[in-house]
Design a protein around this ligand. Structure first.
Ligand code: ZN
Length: 327
């Protein structure tokens, strides 16, 4: 259910509980509301389009902005260019030359159109990207209090207080046992990673993420990497053979349930989860997004087994991220 700001004299019990948790901190309230929306939008495939609302934003341009793989920048005196990330394929090219590859990016195919696309991309990023708030010291204090953790967080210049609140809320979606284990020891929010985010170096339990990307992608990347944290936890609990068994079962049934937050085609998604490690990470993200809703659809037995793999880690057998965030 949607959480609205307090109105009238008697806020309902849900809103009171929400304010008890988030407090009178407007930045955190905004971020919490945004996270609930992100999960809903992923769950029901309803991410709103800004094409038509931002001048110069064509549907094709919005599509690639959502994938997070390009930057449009101005080369003083030499027009507007696209830089492709994260894999560097194609590197830097003029927007016009990229047209055939990406489709209709520009509102008009001339210099004016290129400028409009550049401005639209900036506006889109402002709206979708980096989180609000400047009181990062206050956010760090809250983080220390709210997350009883055995690890440290690095958050420097590019990271906003809003980003930290989002991280707190997302970390709290992890099973408590996993959060308190020593699998995750260190989070770096200042990183620039070619893949957007990274979890590895298991001895040091290091997770890095680029915090200057849009909030949907940030949420997806972070939950995916936390899925690897969950995977590592399961392995330490002796569940590797169970993971392999389930993964093989999925492969032979040709079943894929993962949420497509990266806007990949089906073939690529299939390839991606053909690796057991990515299978666990992607499906953890899927579990957080869908909760019990993931039980609906074909392959009932597989759905139930996968659901139970994750839900079994929680104290609450009916864990649902939207409900967990709303109370
Ligand atoms: Zn991964």
């Amino acid at each position: 259910m949607a959480i609205s700001p307090p109105s009238g004299k008697k806020p309902n019990i849900l809103i009171r509980a929400y304010h008890r948790l988030v407090g009178p901190n407007p930045t955190w309230q905004k971020v919490r509301q945004q996270l609930i929306e992100i999960i809903r939008h992923f769950r029901y495939n309803q991410r709103p389009s800004l094409a038509g609302k931002i001048p110069g934003l064509t549907p094709a341009l919005e599509e690639i902005l959502k994938r997070g793989t390009i930057t449009i920048f101005e080369w003083p005196g030499d027009g507007y260019w696209i830089k492709e990330m994260p894999k560097g394929v194609g590197s830097t090219e003029s927007i016009s030359r990229r047209l055939s590859y990406y489709g209709q990016l520009l509102p008009e195919q001339n210099k004016e159109g290129e400028r409009a696309a550049y401005l639209a991309a900036q506006k889109w990023r402002e709206d979708q990207a980096v989180f609000p708030g400047t009181n990062i010291a206050g956010a760090k204090k809250i983080l220390k209090k709210k997350i009883q953790r055995p690890y440290g967080i690095t958050a420097g210049g590019k990271c906003s207080a809003g980003t930290l609140y989002l991280v707190i809320d997302i970390l709290n979606l992890l099973p408590e046992r996993v959060l308190k284990s020593k699998v995750l020891k260190c989070i770096n929010l200042d990183g620039q990673y070619s893949t957007g985010a990274y979890f590895g170096d298991f001895e040091n339990g290091y997770l890095g993420i680029t915090s200057t990307i849009d909030r949907y992608l940030f949420t997806g990347y972070l939950l995916h990497e936390l899925g690897h944290v969950v995977e590592e936890f399961l392995i330490k609990e002796g569940k590797q053979s169970e993971i392999d068994r389930l993964h093989n079962k999925f492969r032979s049934a040709g079943a894929i349930f993962v949420t497509d937050y990266l806007y990949h085609d089906k073939k690529y998604r299939k390839f991606y989860v053909s690796d057991p490690s990515e299978f666990v990470a992607e499906n953890f993200f899927h579990f957080i997004i869908f909760g019990k809703e993931m039980l609906k659809g074909p392959h009932q037995d597989l759905r139930l087994e996968l659901y139970e793999l994750y839900a079994g880690l929680y104290m609450d057998p009916h864990f649902d991220a939207i409900l967990a965030l709303a109370v």
